[in-house]
Design a protein around this ligand. Structure first.
Ligand SMILES: [Mn+2]
Length: 446
């Protein structure tokens, strides 16, 4: 039976973000930054630098992705742009919001095609002005003075950072203010997360269903890319981890070029990128479609922890990732003790061994970037509409005292969001994690 028929599927997922939202986000940022102004500072200026096009070799560009901070406030996905936000200097003046972007020459258009028109840029983000990038410094000269509090990603451009420091009263790091806004999603952003996580989950499920007896990690990568892109994914959200057998114990194994032994399980950690938002899913499956006893019992022990964590997060009065992390270590210790993977009776030592078997956190925030908003603490009560992962793992070293499970590495990762009605919403429900369901996808179970 042809399991993976090439039927036409819906690959249209339009952006959920209405144009007004970009201007509203900038207004929110400005409101937040005005509270940071000190006496003597008469105005706030934010300078943002977008991602630059970069090259592998002369005339060979890397795949381009706009910086998420830049896109969040502008919707602009063109490379090599800047923008400037200036708070109103008096009660009757407007706040100016200038996009610095270059048009393409006729010759460049011949090779690279057209950029959005200026009216499209204006329409998307309600900029008050669009000017060529070679007027950036001259504009900053006029706008920034000793009465100005400048906010800037100080690591994004040394030259610009020094220039601003000379002109302004102070240059403050802007990233953590932006991340405080970005970590809590609007309803439209939650819809964007639902889209991309559904897309990512569908992609993972189809990849699993077509992977039985593939002979190389790279072949799985191709199938993953195919299943994602034909559904509308724009690119991989991050370099996928596709690790057969013991290679799964290298948490950031990115080679994806080794042969697969028919007795091995494969760990695949991959995400889709859609309209500027990303998913992040991990599943493990036996490449033959059949689990060995040791593979299955360890998988079930980890799955138990995963299910318990989802229930625990759903029932928490206020979700807090640090509490979820502590809970994961308790559950791993209990579950692996029952399995016989951890053999001590001492509770403290059990937790210590659980931490050895799973050396990473249970979660990170998720959104426009895979490790979204890294400056936001994981030790805070989360409001509604925060997206994050739940990803317990187990990586049994080759010298672990219990022989049976040596060299097996698993992680089970789903994406969720805190819900305004309480609890969490599972965003990646379209890919099963039950071992029999996985076999059903692969055509090796009834
Ligand atoms: Mn993750």
């Amino acid at each position: 039976m042809l399991r993976n028929n090439r039927k036409v599927i819906n690959s249209l997922w339009p952006s959920r973000i209405p144009n007004e939202e970009y201007a509203a986000r900038r207004a929110n940022l400005m409101k937040m930054l005005k509270k940071e102004v000190k006496t003597g500072e008469k105005q706030v200026v934010v300078v943002m630098k977008g991602a630059r096009k970069s090259f592998i070799a002369p005339d060979v560009p890397h795949a381009f992705r706009q910086k998420s901070h830049f896109r969040y406030f502008s919707g602009v996905t063109t490379s090599d742009c800047y923008y400037l936000l200036q708070s109103p200097t008096s009660t009757d003046s407007q706040s100016s919001q200038i996009l610095f972007a270059d048009r393409r020459s006729e010759y460049e258009e011949l090779w690279e095609g057209k950029l959005p028109s200026e009216s499209e840029w204006e329409e998307t983000a309600k900029f008050t002005e669009i000017v060529p990038t070679n007027r950036l410094l001259q504009t900053l000269e006029k706008v920034v003075d000793k009465g100005t509090a400048v906010f800037f990603d100080t690591t994004s451009d040394d030259f610009l950072n020094k220039f601003l420091q000379n002109k302004a009263n102070s240059v403050k790091e802007v990233n953590h203010f932006i991340e405080r806004l970005r970590v809590v999603k609007s309803e439209n952003e939650i819809d964007s997360m639902r889209d991309v996580c559904n897309l990512g989950a569908q992609t993972m499920a189809s990849m699993i269903s077509g992977s039985r007896n593939l002979y190389n990690e790279n072949a799985i990568f191709g199938l993953l890319e195919f299943e994602g892109r034909r559904r509308g994914s724009e690119m991989q959200a991050y370099p996928a981890v596709i690790a057969g057998g013991v290679r799964a114990n290298t948490i950031h194994y990115l080679d994806a070029n080794n042969d697969l032994n028919p007795s091995e399980c494969v760990l695949v950690d991959a995400g889709c990128d859609l309209n500027g938002y990303v998913s992040d899913v991990t599943r493990c499956f036996p490449i033959s479609g059949y689990w060995s006893d040791a593979q299955l019992s360890l998988y079930e022990a980890l799955l138990y922890v995963h299910e318990e964590l989802i229930t625990y997060a759903h029932n928490m009065e206020k979700v807090r990732l640090s509490a979820l992390f502590r809970r994961m270590n308790e559950l791993l210790a209990a579950s692996f003790s029952e399995l016989g993977l951890i053999q001590t009776k001492d509770h403290k030592e059990m937790i210590h061994q659980a931490e050895k078997l799973c050396p990473h956190h249970v979660s990170h925030y998720l959104g426009m970037d895979v490790h979204d908003c890294p400056t936001v603490s994981r030790d805070i009560d989360l409001p509604p509409n925060v997206a994050f992962t739940i990803e317990p793992g187990v990586y049994v070293p080759m010298d672990w005292p219990v022989k049976e499970f040596r060299g097996i590495g698993y992680r089970i990762e789903d994406d969720v969001a805190t819900s305004p009605t309480g609890g969490i919403e599972l965003l990646t429900a379209a890919v099963p994690r039950d071992p029999i369901e996985i076999q059903r996808l692969m055509g090796t179970a009834e």
